[in-house]
Each structure stands twice: as C-alpha cells, then as structure tokens.
Design a protein around this ligand. Sequence first.
Ligand SMILES: NC(=O)c1ccc[n+]([C@@H]2O[C@H](COP(=O)([O-])OP(=O)(O)OC[C@H]3O[C@@H](n4cnc5c(N)ncnc54)[C@H](OP(=O)(O)O)[C@@H]3O)[C@@H](O)[C@H]2O)c1
Length: 325
Amino acid sequence: MHTWVCDNPIGVEALNWKELPTPQPSAGEVRVAIRAASLNFPDLLIVQNKYQMKPPLPFVPGSEYAGVVEAVGDGVTHLKVGDAVAAFGGTGGFATHACVSASLVMPLPAGFAFDDAAAFVLTYATTHHALLDRAQLKAGESVLVLGAAGGVGTAAIQIAKAAGAKVIAAASSDEKCVLCKTLGADASINYTTANLRDELKRLTEGKGPDVVYDPVGGEVAEPVFRSIAWRGRYLVVGFAAGGIPALPWNLALLKGASIVGVFWGDFARREPKANARALAELAQWYARGQVKPVIDQRLPMNQLPAAFARMGSRKVQGKLVMTND
Ligand SMILES: NC(=O)c1ccc[n+]([C@@H]2O[C@H](COP(=O)([O-])OP(=O)(O)OC[C@H]3O[C@@H](n4cnc5c(N)ncnc54)[C@H](OP(=O)(O)O)[C@@H]3O)[C@@H](O)[C@H]2O)c1
C-alpha cells in the first residue's frame, strides 16, 4: 500500500508518501481499499499540530474517506468483504488502504457515489447538528452563512434550504457568490467589497438574520453579531480565518440573542443515536437530490500537498477530493 505519513507535525511540507506493507485488520477492524478521501480544514490543522486532537506519531492524516471493504477482522458482524462504505476515522484516509475500527464505518446506500460519500459526513452531519439541533432552525426564518462557498458553508446553504429557511450567503469573491446562488441561496453578499451590516439590514428588512452559521471567525464576527435578529442564534462552528473572536457580552443581552457552540465530533461520541438519526435523514435527502457535496477538484492521492496548498489559498469552492483511480 501507499500512504502519506506524518512523522513530525510541523506542516504539509514534512509529510512523506511511503510504500508500506498492507496491514491485516485486527479484531473489530476492517481493511478498506480507499477510492476517495476528502480534505477538511481540520486535516490541515492536524498536520500543523494546531488541532485539538493530537494523534500519536507517526500517523496517516485524512479524516474522511470512502471505498470497498477488502478484509474483515474477528467479531465484525455488520460489514463484509465487497461492501461499499464510508469511514470517519479522524485519521488514515490519505492512503490507498486503511485498517479502521468497524464502529467508524458505515455501509453506503445503493447509488451513493464514492466521491460524494468521502465528502459528506463531516460537513453535512456538522451542519445538520448546528442548524437543526443547536439552532432549532424553523421554516421561514433567515440564516446568514459565512464562508458560504467552503466545505461546511455549501452544506449549510443546502440544509437550510431543505429546512425551508431564507438563506443569505456571504463569501469573499463574486465567483464564490455565484456558486452560492446556484446552490439555492436567496441572496449573496461579497464581504470583501460590500458593507455587510448595511446589506444584512436591507436583505432582512431591518430585522437581522435569525441564525448565523459561522465557520470563519476573525474580524467579521462582531459586526455580524451586532446585526443579528432579536432572539437570534449565533452558531460558533470554526475559525478558518485564524482569529478567535472576543465579543462584548452586552451585545447578547441587547438582542436577547444566544451564542451557540457546535462540536459535531463530541456530539457524535456523546449522543450516537441522535447522530445516527441525523445521518439517516441526510442519506434520504441525498437520495432525493436535496443535498449533494460540491466537488471543487479531484486530484490523485499522491498530489496531497498541492491540494493542501489550494485549500490554504482560499480558492476552494466546496470540497477537494483525493482519489485512487
Ligand atoms: N465545529 C465543528 O464540529 C466543525 C466541524 C467541521 C468543520 N469545522 C470548522 O469549520 C471551519 C471550516 O471548515 P471547512 O472544512 O468548511 O473549510 P473550508 O472549506 O476551507 O472553508 C473555510 C472558509 O473560510 C473562509 N476563510 C476566511 N479566511 C480564511 C483563511 N485565512 N483561510 C482559509 N479560509 C478562510 C473561506 O471563505 P471565504 O473566502 O469566502 O471567506 C473558506 O471557504 C474550520 O475552522 C473547521 O475546523 C468545525
């Protein structure tokens, strides 16, 4: 097998593409022949030692992937050789093969493409949990999505529309805004050129958005929180811009508004049944064509550093997928 190995988490440049013996699955594990693995922002943070989870060294990065079960360890009952599956293992995906705990592997419903399956669980399950569970989004409410052309942002547009909300998408270029409109956003704002607060006022008839979905953080957070509606819910999803915002608490008092944390990984661990219900609903929406990952580019697995460079350049629209074609 071939695999990207992180021996020293100082950045993408220290990753090595190595040939190693193909492993046998231990009890409770399966070996997956990986067809596709997607990039998520935490994959970049983890190889820079900047993520909350710090795997023991050496490790194989790549949190999310899809492929075919090739071998099954003792005690595994819900999977068999030949099954098409998706896996969310936290690590292991940027390789040709991975041995992974069977508890982290889901059989794919018929018709679920490998590229889509590899780019689905983290972005869509996080966003389902954020909008429908944490924010209790209702049909007819307005949602502002920041970083709306990114991985979780594109999922947020689709899920908010599926829930019957009015979606305002904010992104850093006109090109990204066009993509957001094609995904169903009712309005878009280029926050590098427009006055975000004025536009939000105009688009919500002075009321402000009911829900804000924020995977970006940084300087945009405070002005957006100042614009939120009465009883608004501000979802803290991530900090792709790098800075962690600090808000004056009186703003929450003045708007009767809530700052709502979102941590899908812990939600899935602590509330597995609720997470399984959400994934089942998302699979139905995928089958009906209501949600579908936006694939920015497909690249061969051995070109991972180029994919990370594109992710860091802020040009990606949707998701990057590495393939073993
Ligand atoms: N809380 C959770 O459970 C959870 C789960 C999954 C992901 N996340 C977090 O959500 C965030 C987004 O993840 P993602 O996979 O969707 O990433 P992504 O596809 O790279 O999207 C991030 C977006 O952030 C914006 N951005 C602003 N400044 C940036 C910068 N300096 N560098 C890169 N992007 C910048 C970009 O949009 P514009 O160019 O339009 O501004 C970009 O599209 C990350 O912080 C990730 O850790 C959290």
